[in-house]
Design a binder for this molecule. Sequence first.
Ligand SMILES: Cc1cc2nc3c(=O)[nH]c(=O)nc-3n(C[C@H](O)[C@H](O)[C@H](O)COP(=O)(O)O)c2cc1C
Length: 193
Amino acid sequence: MAHVAAQDSYPPPAPLQTDEFRIARPQIVGPPSPEPPFPILLVGPVQKGFGRGGKQLGCPTANLPDESITPISTVAKTGVYYGYAQIIPPKDRDTQLRPEDIKVLPMVMSLGWNPFYKNKQLTAEIHILHDFQSDFYGLELRAVVLGYIRPELDYTSREALIDDINTDKRVALNSLDRSGYQAFARDAHFDLQ
Ligand SMILES: Cc1cc2nc3c(=O)[nH]c(=O)nc-3n(C[C@H](O)[C@H](O)[C@H](O)COP(=O)(O)O)c2cc1C
């Protein structure tokens, strides 16, 4: 796991998704509790990506700045990961965030070059599994990454990518639904008051 770091792998040849891969996908991944290099702690202000995640994929993502992703890009390969995340509201001004929006919530994260969109830069994009009613650009995002789901793939259609992302969300929820993972929702990395 720790032998190939995402930041060392450019230009990465991403395999094309196949029907065999899609059909054989496990619905739960990882050991009963996180094993090294997990947990990996990330923190940083939410940045705007290209905005395609929400509009084209029905899956809005929060991007973290380069310096915030080194804790994972230096120790883990590209791919899709799961864990928990929390948006921290600023102390000095009001936002439209509701109490349910600032809880520790399940997340999926894509670390890579988005081969389907041929990005030129490595990004870490976090999708929080929650129905937000407002955006939170600029606010602090904290995340605890707990496990790996699958490699980053290229796709021949947007529908196939959407289908895999939907599977990723189910796999993340199933995988977090174990006591060895649930404990990390109460990790001191989060704001738990
Ligand atoms: C759970 C998840 C899995 C993803 N898997 C892939 C993938 O396998 N291949 C890929 O090219 N992009 C993948 N993406 C990245 C999307 O292509 C990306 O979120 C999209 O380009 C939107 O980015 P933007 O909002 O910056 O435009 C994934 C994103 C998420 C949230």
